[in-house]
Structures are given as structure tokens and as C-alpha cells.
Design a protein around this ligand. Structure first.
Ligand code: 1CP
Length: 347
């Protein structure tokens, strides 16, 4: 549902700036993807990273959830490892697993395997964004990238990790190498975000999905400076920035102060409590537990109403899940949530 004429005046962008809105905007992390039969149909037979580099497919997949659910924003269909691969890192996405590397990052020599990313390496990304923006009209497109810590974890662990032990070992054992690696990843993420914004994205989200695995002390010392540098590189881009991680209740005040307009909240902290933790003066995004979309509708409705209610304490609220849509989610429930958010929040 979009009633404004331009993406920069849309409910999503206005809420992210703490301005008045006609209704609370809603979109879902992982709204494009396996919960949609039309996505599975388009993806059939094409490798994930190849899909991400093919403008026809990226455009179609990005638009699918907007058509179906009438969400207030599209999220660019890509992956946090796309800019790494584009820069020349030998990384793949294995179906059912996620990003994997044959030769994980372990030493200073490995820095040579992580070149800088320049715009000429990703002309397809700019083209996909331009095509999507044209198709979307007044609905904003959210660009995104992975934050240095989350990217570093995949590079060092060689794939998804339960405990991030190799990452923490390198961080503490060789802080200089850790910082050099994160500086390289900051460059790559910032370049990826800039290409998306310059091609027409109206907002951006920095995913530090695994930051919640860190202690506050480690986060502040080894991670926050790099995240700040990434967000600072986009400070003059003219679009609101959203900063999100999973299990980050303890880190919320630091993450909120990292140089972001909006703080994303996962489902483990009540939204009212999260708003209090960050000082009450910043727009928030979140935070319905994605697993509750499997519960009876009365439960979903009660939770949506509670979250909308709690969100009113912040200067702006973007409704979302507390993490991505689970693959087996019934898409009909997602559409009903969008309708309910719009109906309940209409002013
Ligand atoms: O074949 C497939 O369908 C592959 C599954 C898949 C999809 C649909 C992967 C592999 N990535 C994506 C798309 C994707 N990834 C999007 C766009 C879709 C949308 O949001 O609508 C986005 C924003 C991402 C970002 C991403 N990739 C993150 C951050 C967001 C989050 O969920 O925390 C992370 C951590 C990844 C890594 C990744 N890529 C793919 C998987 C399965 C994973 C997670 C693996 C793990 O558990 O470590």
C-alpha cells in the first residue's frame, strides 16, 4: 500500500526519518525467497550466486513479494557474499547450507585474496537496481550489505558457524590482522551499498546478523569501529540507514549509536524495552518473531497489535519480523499481516 508519489516521500522513508506517516510501513526480511512458490519456480535450475548476478531474475524476484503482499518496500534480492565474490573471493552459496569457502581466511597472506571492490566490477547490480526502481514507482527499494564482522565470520569459518570460534580466536590472537581484514571488508560493503544507492535505492540496511554472538566488550573493541566506518561512508548518500543484528539486546545502545537512522530489533527483546534501551529518540524496525507466523491467527493478530502499540513510543516505527521469513512460512499469513498492520495503523 503506497499512497505517496515518490519513494523519498514514502511511509518507509518518512518513518525512518521520524516524520509523520499515513500508516506504519511494513516489509519483511527475506520476503523474497523460499516461502514464495513463484520464487521457487524462477530459481529452478539456476545457482544462487548466478541468479544474483542476472538482472532479469533479480528484478523479477525482488518484485514478487511487493506484488503479492503489498509491502511498503522491496528489499534488493542479492546476498551479503555477492560483493565478496564480485571482488574475486572464491566463495559459493551451497543450497541448504549458505555461504561456503574452500580455503578459509587464516593469515596475512590471505588478505591478497580479498581485493577491493569497484563499481565497474558490478555493473549488473546497478542495472538490476535501476530496473527495479523503475518498476516500483513510488515504492522504495532497500539496498543492503553485510557488516564487516558477519562477513569476516563466513570468511574465517569457511561457512555458517555455530560458535564463531575461529573468528574470535583471530580477533583476539592477532588484532592487527583482524583490523586489516575488517578494513578491507568495510571498503567492500561500503562500495556495494554506494552502487545500490547511486542506482536509485531509497534506504539501506546493514546486516550484522551474527553480532549477537559477541560480548559487549568485544563488540565495542573489535567490531563497532568497523561498522561505524561502513555506515559513515554512507552518511552523505542521502538515504536512511537501518542497522540490524540477531540476538543483540545487550548491544542495542551501541548498535543504535553506530551512525544509523533506524535501529533494527530482533524478536528477543520487547519493542517497548528496546526503545527504552536506545534512549527513545530513534526510529525502530521490528520485531515479530518469525516462528509465530506458524501459530493460530489470533496469536499473530495479538502480537502484531502489541508490537504496533509498543512502536508508538518511538519517533518512527517500521514493522518487520525479528529476523527473516522462515522458508516454510505460509505466504497467505504474511499478506494478512501486511493488511492488518495497514488497517490498525492507518491515521
Ligand atoms: O537457494 C536459495 O534460496 C538460497 C537461500 C538464500 C536466499 C534466498 C541465501 C543463501 N541468500 C538469500 C537471499 C538474501 N540473503 C537476501 C535477499 C532476500 C530478502 O531479504 O528478501 C538477503 C537480504 C540476504 C542477506 C544474508 N545472507 C544475510 C543477512 C540476513 C540474515 O538473514 O541474517 C546472511 C547472514 C546471509 C548468509 C546466507 N546466505 C544464504 C543463507 C542460507 C545464509 C545464512 C547461512 C547461515 O545460517 O549462516
Amino acid at each position: 500500500m503506497t499512497t505517496s508519489a515518490s519513494p523519498s516521500d514514502s511511509p518507509l522513508v518518512r518513518a525512518a526519518r521520524g516524520e509523520t506517516v499515513s500508516h506504519t510501513p511494513v516489509w519483511f526480511m527475506r520476503q523474497a525467497g523460499r516461502s514464495l512458490p513463484e520464487y521457487r519456480e524462477v530459481r529452478r535450475g539456476t545457482d544462487m550466486l548466478e541468479t544474483c548476478r542476472t538482472p532479469d531474475l533479480v528484478t523479477e524476484i525482488t518484485l514478487q513479494p511487493v506484488r503479492r503482499h503489498r509491502v511498503d518496500a522491496a528489499i534488493f534480492f542479492s546476498d551479503i557474499v555477492v560483493p565478496l565474490q564480485a571482488a574475486g573471493v572464491d566463495i559459493d552459496i551451497e543450497p541448504g547450507v549458505g555461504p561456503v569457502l574452500d580455503e578459509p581466511f587464516a593469515s596475512r597472506e590471505d588478505l591478497d585474496r580479498i581485493p577491493e571492490l569497484t563499481a565497474d566490477m558490478i555493473p549488473d547490480i546497478a542495472e538490476s537496481v535501476r530496473r527495479i526502481v523503475l518498476e516500483l514507482g513510488p515504492t522504495p527499494l532497500i539496498g543492503f550489505a553485510g557488516a564487516p564482522f558477519t562477513l569476516a565470520s563466513y570468511l574465517i569459518e569457511g561457512g555458517p558457524s555455530r560458535n564463531h570460534e575461529l573468528t574470535k580466536s583471530l580477533m583476539h590472537g592477532d588484532p592487527e590482522l583482524w583490523n586489516d581484514l575488517c578494513a578491507r571488508l568495510t571498503q567492500i560493503s561500503a562500495a556495494f551499498l554506494k552502487v545500490q544507492v547511486e542506482a536509485g535505492a531509497s534506504a539501506l540496511q546493514l546486516f550484522d546478523s551474527w553480532a549477537g554472538f559477541l560480548s559487549k566488550a568485544d563488540y565495542r573493541r573489535y567490531v563497532l569501529p568497523h561498522t561505524q566506518a561502513t555506515l559513515a561512508a554512507l552518511a552523505d548518500a542521502g538515504v536512511p540507514r537501518i542497522h540490524f543484528g540477531v540476538g543483540t539486546g545487550e548491544l542495542l545502545p551501541d548498535m543504535a549509536a553506530a551512525g544509523t537512522e533506524v535501529i533494527g530489533v530482533d524478536y528477543r527483546v520487547n519493542l517497548a524495552e528496546a526503545i527504552e534501551r536506545v534512549g527513545g529518540d530513534q526510529p525502530v524496525q521490528g520485531n515479530l518473531d518469525p516462528a509465530l507466523l506458524f501459530a493460530p491467527w489470533e496469536v499473530v493478530e495479538r502480537e502484531v497489535r502489541r508490537i504496533l502499540d509498543e512502536g508508538r513510543a518511538a519517533p518512527g516505527h517500521i514493522f518487520n519480523l525479528g529476523h527473516g521469513v522462515l522458508p516454510d512460512t505460509d505466504p497467505v499469513v504474511l499478506t494478512r499481516v501486511v493488511e492488518l498492520v495497514h488497517e490498525v495503523s492507518a491515521r
